[in-house]
Every structure is written in structure tokens, then in C-alpha cells.
Design a protein around this ligand. Structure first.
Ligand SMILES: C[S@@+](CC[C@H](N)C(=O)[O-])C[C@H]1O[C@@H](n2cnc3c(N)ncnc32)[C@H](O)[C@@H]1O
Length: 206
């Protein structure tokens, strides 16, 4: 059988590369992501690797914030039968998540919304919040810290954010560890399908 070099298979998922004809079709249809959601970023692999040994409970309600193509949420849907909602400020990324959900045989919900506008009431509908490569500009540290605090107040059990340790993320992690009861970071690295390393910020509800 011919192997399509534009499809990466890892962590039990099919992930399309930028040159895949379905990705190009979406771009040609005008879905041009505007806030770096133009590809799948690597830090999601760090969280996937962590979840292999620290699984979330079956059918948990999971929100992926700054989802981009949404592969981390799709991983949770596929591996843990999670009920997943991908949230992103940029509406143009959502068709890419929809496409990846389809080729991976799972159903997910999608929502255009921002870190700043996700209310406590909305967050209370979820057990776990994940996000990867979402804290890359200085101004993002405070809205994400505030989102984490709202999530804890809303009863979310766990927040996991992975990053290659860009300074705004390190600032976020430090702020969480200084001010919140159950916040920690762990280092993580994977060798396949790419070399990726960084940290997971894990905040748990008491
Ligand atoms: C570097 S991409 C990472 C995408 C995806 N998490 C991944 O790992 O492939 C950052 C994503 O965060 C989204 N984003 C940026 N600012 C946001 C905000 N204030 N609220 C929600 N999403 C935001 C962008 O649209 C983009 O999809």
C-alpha cells in the first residue's frame, strides 16, 4: 500500500502536514489562520506522552484552549473517550480541527472564544483543560493565569499546559506556583515523531 508522506502517524493519531491536499484545500477556501494556528505545534506531544502514564478518566469533559488544529483534544477523545471541545480565538483554525477529528474517527465540539472571555460558568462544564504552545506573547501570561484561576473556582479538576519554555510561559508557571496551592511543572521530552522538549504546567484543584 502506498504511504502518503504528507500524513504523520504518531501517538495513535493521523496528523496531516501542511502540504497535504486537504490542508491546501482548506487554505484555498480562505481558512488562513491568523494567530500562529497555521500548523500543528510540537508541545502537544509532551502532554500526549505524559497522559500515557497519567491518563484522565474515561469520558471526562475536556476543553482544549488555543486548540489550533486540535490534535491534543482529539488525542483525549480517541484514547480516553473524552468529550472534547476545542476553543480558539481564530475561527479559521476550526475547520482544521474538524478535518483531523474526521480522519481520526472521533467527534468533537468547536467554539470560537478567547482566553479572556471564557467565563467561570462556561469553564464549570469541564473536568480538564489542556493547552499547548499557547503562551508565546508577553501579554498572554495574565489572561491565562486569570483563566486558570477561574477554572479552579469553577471546579475544573486539572489544567495542563505544555510549552517549550518560552519566557511568557515560564512567567505563567512561576506565577501559578507562587500563588496557587497545587501548581507544579515537570520537564518532558520526546524523541519521536520529532525531538521536542519543554515543560508541563500542571494545576490541580484541591
Ligand atoms: C502556536 S498556536 C498552537 C495551536 C495548537 N495548540 C497546537 O499546539 O498546535 C496558538 C493558538 O492559540 C490561539 N490563540 C491565540 N491567542 C488566543 C486567545 N487570546 N484566546 C484563544 N486562543 C488564542 C491561536 O489562534 C492559535 O491557534
Amino acid at each position: 500500500m502506498a504511504v502518503n508522506s504528507q500524513v504523520r502517524r504518531s501517538f495513535g493519531l493521523r496528523i496531516l502536514k501542511s502540504g497535504h491536499k486537504e490542508i491546501r484545500r482548506l487554505k484555498n477556501a480562505g481558512h488562513e489562520p491568523e494567530i500562529h494556528g497555521n500548523k500543528f505545534w510540537n508541545s502537544s506531544y509532551l502532554t500526549m506522552d505524559y497522559l500515557k502514564t497519567h491518563p484522565i478518566r474515561k469520558r471526562a469533559r475536556v476543553m482544549e484552549i488555543g486548540c489550533g488544529w486540535g490534535l491534543l483534544g482529539i488525542y483525549c477523545a480517541k484514547m480516553f473517550d473524552a468529550r472534547v471541545t476545542g476553543v480558539d480565538a481564530d475561527k479559521h483554525v476550526l475547520p482544521y480541527m474538524e478535518l483531523h477529528a474526521k480522519i481520526n474517527g472521533v467527534k468533537v465540539n468547536m467554539e470560537q472564544n478567547s482566553f479572556e472571555k471564557l467565563s467561570t460558568a462556561r469553564l464549570s462544564e469541564f473536568d480538564v483543560i489542556v493547552g499547548s504552545d499557547i503562551c508565546f506573547w508577553d501579554y498572554m501570561t495574565v489572561p491565562l493565569y486569570n483563566l486558570i484561576r477561574r477554572a479552579l473556582r469553577a471546579g475544573v479538576k486539572q489544567v495542563i499546559i505544555s510549552d517549550p519554555c518560552r519566557p511568557p510561559f515560564t512567567e505563567l508557571a512561576t506565577r501559578c506556583m507562587d500563588r496557587l496551592a497545587n501548581a507544579d511543572t515537570i520537564e518532558r521530552a520526546v524523541m519521536r515523531p520529532v525531538h521536542a522538549s519543554g515543560e508541563l504546567l500542571i494545576v490541580k484543584n484541591r
